[in-house]
Ligand binder design. Structure first.
Ligand SMILES: C[S@@+](CC[C@H](N)C(=O)[O-])C[C@H]1O[C@@H](n2cnc3c(N)ncnc32)[C@H](O)[C@@H]1O
Length: 282
């Protein structure tokens, strides 16, 4: 079978991410969780969490890896988890974590994000692996600045420039068509990918004590078969975008992917993702 559709443009995040929610929690969420844990630890060093006292925003929470990380380390901490995709939040709601509430909100529309709260009230505002999917990341971060109390902490995570699942798909397709190039995984091809881009945005908005770092996390699979199940069964909008961008034979691409995973990625046990983490204070 060869793909004939154009690459999907990810313009309907609510629907496409809701469909991905279960498999997302299982695989991508586990990867995000490693980064979230680290982000929570470095944030605690700069602006300690207190129970009671702290009020944490998890903006674009998805199925809640960051909410899980902060509530496990600080049981009882108050969290508002917001996301544009109701399906993602349903998975989070089902965990019934004490003091965690959820709200459907589109972070790219300032008016809706203002629904997060009219007063600046959060002690900590996080967003992990979401702003790259919006066309106006600066607006999202500006709004997070607005809802933070003075001295409050912002913590941001984005995917960096080296992403295992993307690279290995490109490698596989290039064994069939050496001219194949990956499309950007994001709606905006100029989406933030580097420490500098976040640091500049934070500085522009007046954040201080800015710290950025590259943090490498494993993307964990038991073996190649488990990876193929994820890649072909997950309905992840990013994976679907890549698959459709390869115009050759999809069955051949699947075989090539299997070979690359076995031969170059230790039977899918050595896949890593580079994340860019940043914190700062209002
Ligand atoms: C890659 S997931 C990251 C989820 C989670 N924060 C994590 O660390 O795993 C991207 C999330 O951003 C959400 N999202 C995408 N566009 C959004 C928008 N404009 N406003 C709010 N959430 C959005 C998606 O629904 C999805 O849950």
């Amino acid at each position: 079978m060869s793909a004939s559709k154009d690459v999907p443009d990810l313009t309907n995040p609510a629907e496409s991410w809701s469909t991905a929610s279960t498999s997302y929690a299982e695989r991508v969420g586990r990867m995000s969780r490693h980064a979230a844990n680290h982000l929570i630890h470095i944030s605690h060093d700069l602006h300690p969490f207190r129970v009671p006292g702290s009020y944490v925003l998890d903006n674009g929470a998805g199925t809640g890896p960051l909410t899980d990380a902060v509530t496990e380390l600080f049981p009882g901490i108050r969290v508002l988890a917001a996301d544009v995709a109701p399906g993602m939040l349903e998975t989070l709601d089902a965990k019934q974590i004490h003091n965690v509430t959820t709200r459907v909100a589109d972070a790219s529309e300032l008016n809706n994000v203002a629904a997060l709260g009219t007063d600046a009230s959060f002690t900590h505002a996080f967003s992990t692996f979401m702003v790259m999917f919006t066309l106006e990341p600066l607006n999202v971060v500006r709004e997070m600045h607005r809802v933070l109390e003075p001295g409050g902490l912002i913590g941001l995570g984005i995917w960096g420039e080296r992403l295992g699942p993307n690279t290995l798909w490109e490698e596989a397709c290039q064994t069939l068509d050496p001219t194949y190039k990956l499309p950007s995984p994001f709606a905006d091809p100029n989406a933030w990918r580097t420490e500098d881009e976040i640091a500049q945005a934070f500085t522009q908005l007046g954040f201080k004590e800015i710290h950025t770092e590259i943090y490498k996390v494993p993307f964990e699979f038991e073996n190649t078969a488990a990876y193929l199940k994820f890649w072909y069964g997950a309905k992840n909008p990013v994976a679907d975008r890549f698959k459709l961008s390869f115009k050759g034979d999809q069955e051949e691409a699947k075989k090539a992917l299997e070979k690359v995973l076995k031969e170059r990625y230790n039977d899918a046990k050595s896949i890593f993702v580079e994340t860019v983490l940043a914190i700062g204070r209002k």
